[in-house]
Design a binder for this molecule. Structure first.
Ligand code: C5P
Length: 222
């Protein structure tokens, strides 16, 4: 039988991760957090003090890095050189470097196969920026999740608060806006909805409402 692929694209802080996890649980599908792949490469560069490396050098690091994705219970676990870096890759500065190296065509090309390899029976929920447009153009159900940058900044600040961290709302908003500009305007694999994607604006929706809309759409395609 055929591997069923659901793509979930959208900007950072929009709740794609939560939605993708819920969809994967619901259908019993595998999960790809493609942002984690860019983040782990960024972390690997930082650990080697190579954050200023040029494109071809970064490609070599991408080839050399020893990454492994596992799942411990609900959460996705990321191992770099056999060490659990699941938390480390979430740091702001890692995300910022990830977004910079993600604009480099050869780097994207190098990481493409790693992402395609996640497609396994019975199916996959792929979370990212270009899942429906570039990596899995033949996916049977494509979702594009969006929200105002203000709503996303507010959610992020609240998440950080829950973890006991305090961040200035305006700093977080600024970072989101900068990253959006980079992700949406880059020439290669820019963040845009696939033509056949359902766009869900979550600015004024609760998580369960987003899940319902997404589920309705996916089930209609099955
Ligand atoms: O989604 P997340 O914030 O973890 O992604 C980190 C960065 O990786 C994003 O800002 C984006 O620039 C890049 N990315 C990408 N394509 C993907 C996933 C992430 O360019 N499919």
């Amino acid at each position: 039988s055929e591997i069923k692929i659901i793509t979930v694209d959208g900007p950072s802080g929009v709740g794609k991760g939560t939605l993708s996890q819920s969809l994967a649980n619901h259908f019993g599908f595998h999960l790809l957090d493609s942002g984690a792949i860019y983040r782990v490469l960024a972390l690997y560069l930082i650990q080697n003090d190579e954050q200023d490396a040029l494109e071809d050098e970064i490609v070599q690091f991408a080839q050399a890095m020893d990454v492994c994705f596992g799942s411990k219970t609900q959460k996705v676990q990321v191992l770099l050189s056999k060490q659990d870096v699941s938390e480390l890759i979430r740091a702001e500065h890692v995300g910022t470097l990830a977004s910079k190296i993600a604009a480099l065509p050869k780097v994207r090309e190098q990481l493409l196969q790693k992402q395609i390899d996640f497609a396994k029976l019975p199916g996959l929920v792929a979370d990212g920026r270009d899942m429906g447009t570039v990596v899995f153009p033949k996916a049977f159900a494509k979702l594009f999740i969006d929200a105002s940058s203000e709503a996303r900044a507010l959610r992020r600040v609240n998440q950080l608060k829950e973890r006991g961290l305090s961040f200035n709302y305006h700093t977080v908003l600024d970072d989101i806006i900068q990253r959006d500009i980079r992700d949406r305007t880059r020439t290669i694999a820019p963040l845009v909805p696939a033509e056949d994607a359902l766009v869900i604006d979550t600015t004024s929706l609760r998580i369960d409402e987003v899940f319902k809309k997404a589920l309705n759409f996916v089930e209609g395609k099955l």
